[in-house]
Ligand binder design. Structure first.
Ligand SMILES: Nc1ncnc2c1ncn2[C@@H]1O[C@H](COP(=O)(O)OP(=O)(O)OP(=O)(O)O)[C@@H](O)[C@H]1O
Ligand SMILES: [Mg+2]
Length: 301
């Protein structure tokens, strides 16, 4: 089976809680892979096992064809991780945090300076390099966090909610750098996020619920399966919308109706021309995929 990360029948419990339950999936080299799920679904537990921080109960996890239980050093060379809880030492400067991490991989002296300069220009570290981590804003800290994670040039970057709490501009900047790294170095990115628009750009998505996969596929496959297009109809009364004989949801200034295909929409509009004075057709989004796959239902009134 091809794949830079291969997981088979992975299981991990904490006491009575089955955090990961017979999980199998693979991540291909160079892809942006999104690992989604509500709080407590088992994402961080899986990540901690992949990067050798946590022992599994059963199953196999291979990174670059090596079993994670066998060769910790090899795995740590291949993977860079930004954990949900930052690993930066808050009392040390950005520069010193990176220097210490680099030394763990024997990147010292001139080699370190060269690598530091590369990362500093990528992540705009110059103006914050002498500041202790505790004085940084959330966005500045994340930049330092990611730079630290890839100081040793890993093949895989695992990001556990890298942009949570960041403003849209900062998120955009971070993604610009990540996309550049993907393009230039064919870096594989394993991402967990609660921002569905970030997942929409993935090559492949796995959605987890209670430690098991409930949906997986490319964004397009998932949208086709879980997200329907909608017609939003404005300037219409509830009595009128009922005449369409379709489940509807009240929205601001109107109602929305789920449609399976554009042909269905066209037919509905032509047959009920007088009701469609002001309307728009909205394509299904990743938000809908997530909500529908994890159990959100369209209200039927
Ligand atoms: N160290 C631990 N001891 C006991 N239970 C734990 C521990 N870590 C996680 N759990 C439990 O395992 C389950 C999965 O947790 P995990 O942190 O993997 O979820 P997650 O998908 O990363 O959630 P979030 O989106 O909130 O980060 C949860 O029920 C959690 O309470
Ligand atoms: Mg988590």
């Amino acid at each position: 089976m091809e794949g830079i990360i291969k997981i088979d029948n992975l299981t991990k419990s904490y006491g009575n809680i089955k955090a990961v339950n017979n999980l199998s999936f693979k991540v291909k080299k160079g892809e942006l892979f999104s690992f989604l799920g509500i709080n407590g679904a088992g994402k961080s537990t899986t990540i901690n096992i992949i990067c050798g921080e946590l022992r599994k109960d059963s199953g196999t996890v291979l990174v670059c064809d090596q079993d994670v239980d066998c060769d910790d050093k090899y795995i740590k060379k291949k993977i860079g991780v930004v954990f949900q809880e930052s690993l930066l030492d808050k009392s040390l400067t950005v520069y010193d945090n990176l220097k210490i991490k680099a030394a763990l991989y024997n990147i010292t002296g001139k080699d370190f300076i060269k690598r530091y300069d590369e990362l500093s220009s990528l992540f705009d570290l110059k103006e914050i390099e002498k500041q202790p981590i505790r004085e940084l804003s959330g966005g500045q800290r994340r930049r330092a966090d990611i730079a630290r994670a890839i100081i040793h040039n890993p093949e895989i970057l695992i990001l556990d909610e890298p942009t949570t709490g960041l403003d849209p501009g900062t998120r955009k900047k971070i993604w610009k750098v990540l996309n550049l790294l993907r393009k230039k170095q064919n870096l594989t990115i394993f991402l967990t996020t609660h921002y569905m628009e970030e997942a929409a750009d993935s090559d492949y998505i796995v959605i987890l619920d209670k430690g098991s996969i409930i949906a997986e596929g490319t964004p397009l496959e998932l949208k086709n399966k879980y997200a329907y297009d909608m017609i939003l109809i404005y300037n219409i009364s509830e009595d009128e919308i009922k005449k369409l004989n379709k489940p509807y949801i009240r929205i601001r200034d109107g109602f929305k109706i789920e449609i399976k295909t554009l042909e269905e929409a066209t037919e509905l509009i032509i047959k009920n021309r007088n009701l469609f004075k002001d309307y728009e057709i909205v394509k299904g989004k990743m938000d809908d995929v997530f909500l529908n796959a994890t159990g959100y239902d369209l209200e039927v009134e």
